[in-house]
Design a protein around this ligand. Structure first.
Ligand SMILES: [Fe+2]
Length: 368
C-alpha cells in the first residue's frame, strides 16, 4: 500500500502545506478531508515520516494513538530532532477528556484538537496554528510592525530617560513588550523592522532597536521555542541598559575612546547590571547578559575578563548581535560597514567570539 496520499486544497485557497502523520489512516481520512479546505495535505504513515521535512512545510498534524508507547516511539525521534523543531505541530487527541494530552505536549505540541471534530472550529484552529503568509494582509503586517516597534521604543524610553532620573525599570515593562516585538518580525520581516527603526532619530534607541531586530530574527531563524525567543528579545532590549548612565559625548565617539573616557564607557555593563539588580525582579540570566556582553572567549573582554565556558550561550549570541549591529549601523563618527564586510570582520575574531554561533547567524546577518 502506498504510504503517502495527497489531498489538495482548491486552487483559489491559500497554499498551506501540511504533513498529516498518522498510524491509523482509515481514521485519519476524515481529518484529511477537513484539512484539505485550507491546505495541501500529505498523509504519511508514522513509520515513513521523512527524516527532514520540506522547506515550505507549514506544519505537522499528528494523529496517532498517544497512549501506545510503540506509536509514540515511532514519531518521537523525528519530532524532537532538529529538522522538525521549527515547525508548529497540532496533535489529535482521542476524545474531549484530553487523554494523551500530556504525551502530546511532551512531543512538542503547539496545540491540540480532540475528536469528534467540529469542522468549522477545526479550520479556525488550523488557521491559527499554521498562519499562512498570504492570509496576513499588508495592513495587518504594518499594524504588527508599528505595535512591535512602539513596544520596544516604550522600553527604551524607560531605560534612557527614566532610569538615569532614578525611576526604576520594571521587569513587567519588558515582559509586556516581548510579544508584540516577536509578532512584528514574524508577521512582517527583519528587513522591514530595520527600515522602520532606521528612521529613528535617537542613536541609542536606534542601535538597541536594530540589535533587538537581529536577535529576534536569529531566534526565529533557529526555530527556537517562543519562551527562548522571548529570552533573547529580553537580552537584546536590555544588554546595553548601562549606556543610559554614559555621557552622550562618550557614546558619540565610540571608535576613538581613550583614557578616562574609555574607562567611563567600559563601566556601562556594571552600571546597567547594578541598576537592574537593584530593581530585584530581573532574572539572573538577564543580569548575566547585561554584565557580560563585552566579554570575549579568549579573556580579553571586560569587565571580568571571563574565558570560554564561563560565558553562556545567550551572552555569546548577544555579543555577536551587538558587535554586528555596531559595525553596520549608522552612528556618529563611524562609517557603517556593509553586512558582508561586517560579517567577515567578525569571522576574523576567531578565538574571541563563538564562530559556530556566528555561522548560524550568517543568513540573518546577510539577509536582513
Ligand atoms: Fe555594551
Amino acid at each position: 500500500m502506498n504510504a503517502v496520499a495527497r489531498q489538495s486544497a482548491p486552487q483559489s485557497q491559500p497554499r498551506r502545506r501540511l504533513l498529516l502523520a498518522s498510524d491509523r489512516r482509515d481514521q485519519s481520512a476524515d481529518l484529511a478531508r477537513i484539512l484539505a479546505g485550507v491546505a495541501d495535505v500529505e498523509i504519511v504513515s508514522t513509520a515513513q515520516l521523512p527524516e527532514a521535512p520540506a522547506r515550505d512545510l507549514s506544519g505537522i498534524v499528528v494523529d496517532i494513538n498517544l497512549r501506545s508507547a510503540e506509536s509514540v516511539q515511532l514519531v518521537k525521534h523525528r519530532l524532537l530532532g532538529g529538522s522538525y523543531r521549527p515547525f508548529p505541530r497540532l496533535f489529535v487527541l482521542a476524545d474531549e477528556l484530553h487523554h494523551g494530552s500530556m504525551q502530546a505536549w511532551a512531543l512538542g505540541a503547539t496545540d491540540t484538537i480532540a475528536r469528534p471534530f467540529d469542522p468549522r472550529d477545526l479550520l479556525a484552529r488550523i488557521r491559527a496554528a499554521f498562519p499562512d503568509a498570504s492570509e496576513i494582509t499588508a495592513d495587518a503586517r504594518a499594524e504588527a510592525m508599528s505595535k512591535g516597534v512602539a513596544a520596544a521604543h516604550g522600553v527604551l524610553v524607560k531605560i534612557f530617560e527614566r532610569l538615569p532620573a532614578g525611576k526604576p525599570l520594571s521587569y513587567q515593562d519588558v515582559l509586556a513588550a516581548e510579544g508584540p516585538i516577536l509578532k512584528a518580525i514574524k508577521r512582517s520581516s527583519l528587513r522591514e523592522w530595520l527600515a522602520t527603526v532606521g528612521r529613528h532619530h535617537n542613536e541609542s534607541y536606534r542601535l538597541a532597536l536594530f540589535a533587538t531586530g537581529y536577535a529576534v530574527a536569529f531566534a526565529q531563524h533557529l526555530g527556537m521555542r517562543e519562551e527562548d525567543q522571548r529570552r533573547l528579545t529580553r537580552a537584546a532590549l536590555l544588554f546595553d541598559v548601562g549606556k543610559a548612565y554614559v555621557d552622550v559625548g562618550v557614546l558619540d565617539d565610540l571608535d576613538n575612546l581613550q583614557g578616562e573616557r574609555l574607562r567611563k564607557f567600559r563601566d556601562h555593563p556594571r552600571r546597567g547590571y547594578e541598576a537592574l539588580a537593584a530593581e530585584g525582579s530581573f532574572p539572573r540570566e538577564t543580569l548575566d547578559v547585561v554584565l557580560h556582553h563585552h566579554e570575549l572567549l579568549d579573556g580579553s573582554g571586560y569587565p571580568d575578563a571571563l574565558h570560554g565556558d564561563q560565558i553562556s550561550d545567550i551572552v555569546r549570541i548577544t555579543t555577536i548581535v551587538d558587535i554586528f549591529t555596531s559595525l553596520v549601523a549608522q552612528r556618529k563618527n563611524h562609517v557603517p560597514l556593509m553586512p558582508l564586510q561586517a560579517f567577515s570582520r567578525m569571522e576574523a575574531m576567531d578565538g574571541q567570539i563563538d564562530q559556530r554561533l556566528l555561522q548560524a547567524f550568517r543568513p540573518v546577518a546577510l539577509g536582513g
